[in-house]
Ligand binder design. Structure first.
Ligand code: PMP
Length: 325
């Protein structure tokens, strides 16, 4: 048996029990290890789906250019799809994302444009605005817009969700995920709640992001928006893929708690994962400590791989400079 292209190997990632960091917690915590995808992140799933849906809708034509604003992982998935299908890629990133992510995208043939992070989303210099402008200026280009493109949620509803349901033989009681575009948490949650409406969905947010406050009050509070360091989760916008109806509760995790938990996952579980994985696990365990029963099974998603953060949270000098070691 063989695949005709590496993108056919996306999905069917392992569920792995957490054994050490869960000490003192009742119930079982399973991690969905998404770095096992070919682009080393969960975003491969939706990137390929956005490309294939755009082809079907006639939005992406032969020889076209895919232009996307990305924190890096969606770019990697899009780059792999583009290689398989013969498109060019231009990715617009903010300068807060790790250097490794820029280098990885260039390694797979993408053009990378870096924008300042400390400007409002509607500022012409923001990575959202620059991606839109490049799309308008580039003939035969396609701007997937992962935030509002519902192919994102659909990929997780149709694949990630069923994998988790079948992988736990329907025993899952709690689902926890970090929230960026919202595609992962909401696609999976919608599928799981259709199988068993009692399944509880926990969203992990960052300090500096609007989601938790919006869920609790219905107010888009700009006071909630301030700089933070964790990459890939938390937003200063409300993406269409965030469906608040299928997220029961949010919990916020600090950059430091997330970084320290990520390092523990590598050393104690052998899971060499990215920074937002520490956020997701830290938040999931906080909730589990208070609410999980012996018979409960919680699944938490680990979105990406540790190599992308070697210069930051896995670098002791960098950690000391933050005052975190
Ligand atoms: N973690 C990382 C590292 C990511 O790149 C992303 C995607 N922005 C997420 C978590 C959040 O996933 P989603 O966009 O599906 O909410």
């Amino acid at each position: 048996m063989h695949y005709n292209h590496i993108i056919e190997a996306v999905g069917r990632t392992p569920l792995v029990k957490l054994n050490k960091v869960t000490e003192g917690i009742k119930g079982t915590i399973l991690a969905k290890v998404e770095y096992m995808n070919p682009g080393n992140s969960v975003k491969d799933r939706m990137a390929i789906r956005m490309v294939e849906d755009a082809e079907k809708a006639g939005l992406l034509k032969p020889g076209g250019t895919i232009i996307e604003g990305t924190s890096g992982n969606t770019g990697m998935g899009l780059a792999l799809a583009a290689i398989a299908k013969g498109y060019s890629t231009i990715f617009v990133m903010s300068d807060k994302q790790s250097k490794e992510k820029q280098d990885i995208l260039r390694a797979v043939g993408a053009q990378v444009v870096v924008c300042p992070v400390d400007v409002a989303p509607d500022d012409p210099r923001s990575y959202y605005s620059v991606a839109r402008r490049l799309n308008a200026e580039t003939p035969n280009s396609f701007y997937p817009n992962q935030y509002d493109n519902m192919s994102n949620t659909a990929a997780h509803y149709e694949n990630t969700g069923p994998e988790i349901w079948e992988g736990t033989e329907g025993k899952i009681t709690h689902w926890a995920a970090g929230v960026g575009t919202g595609g992962t948490i909401c696609g999976v949650s919608k599928y799981l709640k259709e199988q068993n409406p009692a399944i509880f969905t926990l969203g992990i947010d960052t300090y500096g992001s609007v989601f938790k406050k919006y869920k609790e009050t219905g107010v888009f509070d700009t006071n909630e928006i301030y700089p933070y360091k964790t990459e890939g989760i938390g937003e200063d916008i409300l993406p269409k893929n965030v469906n608040f109806d299928v997220i029961d509760e949010f919990i916020k995790v600090t950059d430091k708690d997330a970084a320290l938990m990520t390092r523990r996952l590598a050393k104690e579980e052998g899971l060499f994962v990215g920074w937002s994985c520490g956020s997701a696990v830290f938040g999931a365990l906080e909730y589990a400590r208070e609410h999980l029963k012996e018979t409960d099974t919680m699944v938490v998603v680990l979105p990406d791989h540790g190599t992308r953060y070697l210069g930051k949270i896995y670098n002791d000098d960098w950690m000391r400079a933050q005052g975190w070691l």
